[in-house]
Design a binder for this molecule. Sequence first.
Ligand code: GN1
Ligand code: MG
Length: 361
Amino acid sequence: MSINLNEIAKQFQLEGVVAEVAPLGEGFINDTFIIKTEGDSPNYILQRKNKKIFSPIPAMMENIQNVCLHIKEKVVAAGGDPMREAMTVTPATDGKLYFLDDEDEYWAVCQFIDDTIAYEAAETPELAYAGGKGIGKFQSLVADLKHPLTDILPGFHNIRFRYKQWDEVIAKDPVGRKAEVAKEISWIESRREEMLDFWKLVEDGTIPTRVTHNDTKVNNILFDKKGDVLCVIDLDTVLNSTVLNDFGDAMRTYTNTGSEDDTNLDNVTMNIEIFKAFTKGYLEETKSFLTEKEIEYLAFSAKYITYEQVLRFLMDYIDGDNYYKTKSADHNLIRTHAQYKLLTSMEEQFDAMNAAVKEFY
Ligand code: GN1
Ligand code: MG
């Protein structure tokens, strides 16, 4: 990147003197850096937001800010620390929530919260339980957000919209990969009706729409050193949709005994103990306001989001890898296989998943 990150950092209202700007993490969509400052001043997270995916970015930043301020108000009312239990967006020097550089790229900054841990895997039921409480609490905190959110990602977890994209990509077969993945395509097609039947319940309002996070993977939660959840991060995808997206996406990542792109499929299964622990924590925070229909489809949502992820990885592979960052030519196909293995493991254990929901509701 020919970009001078120190110059970008200077465009924001930072406290203290910048010591260093360094890459951080491996997001698939945005480019992320940490701004380290000298002495006791806070450190910051700097991101180049992906404008091909989130559009328009200024509206996305408004969404994030509204959610953050709303949560902070509640944290203060409950006697908590609004700088640690909520994200803090750091505006640019002109007061905007983003900086637009000479190449028309959008940058945004938030404060880094010290002494926290983001786990890459839910290794213990205790961690999964805490994570479930964290996501449940997030949903209850934002449940009464008055400010309308702009839909900057139309159709994000909407399978009807995904099929529209899918059918177009399959018809086009832009890089000639379709023939090679006939088997994988059949995995998607054989479950089309089942998935659409579920989504119809969201479309007709049988399952309500609420403020949701939509990217609740395990590393998007910050834990304190005692193992309690401090706050939920990565708010780019806050939208009005079904809470089932959040439960499902969390289960897609928490319960996976392997990695999202595991090349050894024997590693990949759904860990029912982790499912139970997360569900217990989640329902403790949400059962007072979730409807019976939402509860009925809780376990299904894990299959739904995992299936959607199989579709999205496979679709991107067939499309020539335009959406997700990849490390090899077959990376999206590897991800497809690993997520499909997880899906089949969920299908095999579906009765036990439903039983766990019943137990903790
Ligand atoms: C993307 O960039 P990251 O890792 O936060 C994606 C999620 C996928 C995830 C797969 C906006 O999230 O939906 O589940 O990759 N985010 C977007 O790990 O598409
Ligand atoms: Mg994300």
